[in-house]
Design a protein around this ligand. Structure first.
Ligand SMILES: [Zn+2]
Length: 288
């Protein structure tokens, strides 16, 4: 054996020892945004391997013991969304990410958010909705299509002023035992003003007040892929059909006052993994 060969062999031995005995300082690179989330926020959990490594299979992401859907967003880069809503408890959540036979244990903190309370008095029978419409909306919210169809920030769907923000606690007919929250943003556009698709996607829900959508009124739901969808309620006209692909900004209908509505306005909702989150960060900053 030559000296050169010997040197090579000892290098190999050392390299083997190194990988067998020492763990890398950071097994996986996990980034969570926003840095200080509050209830109502969408948390984006991004995972990439250490430099020089590959992460060709989707890592497993669990928050508080529950597995989240994970999607590729670039070569060697994966992302999971954690939706949060005002009805949850604020505080700590465990985050466990497993990939390349390595595990990272982290802790998330979801802060409290103060939402004002609004009392709503509905006449008997009004605003209760039908099983038919809830079943259709639930089925729409459960749609998961793996391909991401949106890019960049979501667009404001109507030019009218914002009249009700996300998360307002709503007490119906004085029943404090069963509070609900405002699951979106209200824009008071004039009746007949255009309603635009907030982002590119596929229309997967079209419902009419005359066909049982008593609460939602005339409604359009757009699937943007990867568990993200938007809904547009109380429409006057609907200009799209189920199955149709739409571009961001394309007119899908007009503002109306159908369903449980007291005047022309657009209720705009955004769901992530089936939960109605605050659309505001999606409009302001966007998610990859
Ligand atoms: Zn609303």
């Amino acid at each position: 054996m030559t000296y050169k060969n010997l040197r090579w062999l000892s290098f190999l031995l050392l390299a083997t020892l190194e990988s067998a005995t020492s763990l890398p300082a950071q097994a996986l690179d996990v980034t969570v945004t926003p840095k200080r989330p509050n209830l109502g926020d969408t948390l984006a959990i991004t995972i990439k391997p250490d430099p020089g490594e590959q992460l060709t299979q989707a890592p497993v992401v669990k928050v508080a013991g529950k597995k989240l859907p994970v999607y590729p967003i670039a070569t060697n880069r994966w992302r999971a969304f954690l939706p949060t809503i005002p009805l949850e408890k604020h505080g700590r959540r465990s985050l466990i990410v497993t990939g390349n036979q390595r595990t990272r244990n982290m802790m998330l903190w979801i802060g409290k958010q103060w939402f004002r309370t609004q009392s709503i008095w509905l006449p008997p029978g009004k605003g209760s909705g039908t099983d038919f419409e809830f079943d259709r909306v639930d089925a729409f919210k459960a749609i998961v299509s793996p391909k991401k169809l949106w890019s960049g920030k979501f667009l404001r769907p109507n030019n009218g002023p914002l009249t009700a923000g996300y998360g307002i606690t709503r007490i119906y007919n004085g029943d404090y035992s069963d509070p609900d929250y405002h699951r979106g943003l209200d824009y008071a556009g004039w009746g007949g003003s255009p309603v635009k698709a907030s982002a590119a996607g596929q229309v997967r829900l079209v419902g009419y007040e005359s066909k049982g959508f008593q609460l939602h009124g005339n409604i359009v739901g757009i699937d943007h892929g990867q568990g993200v969808n938007t809904v547009y309620l109380h429409l006057r006209d609907i200009k799209v059909k189920e199955g149709q692909m739409v571009r961001a900004g394309e007119i899908i209908g007009t503002v109306g006052s159908t369903g449980a509505s007291t005047g022309p306005h657009l209720h705009f909702g955004l769901n992530v993994n089936g939960q109605a989150v605050d659309p505001t960060p999606w409009l302001k900053w966007g998610f990859q």
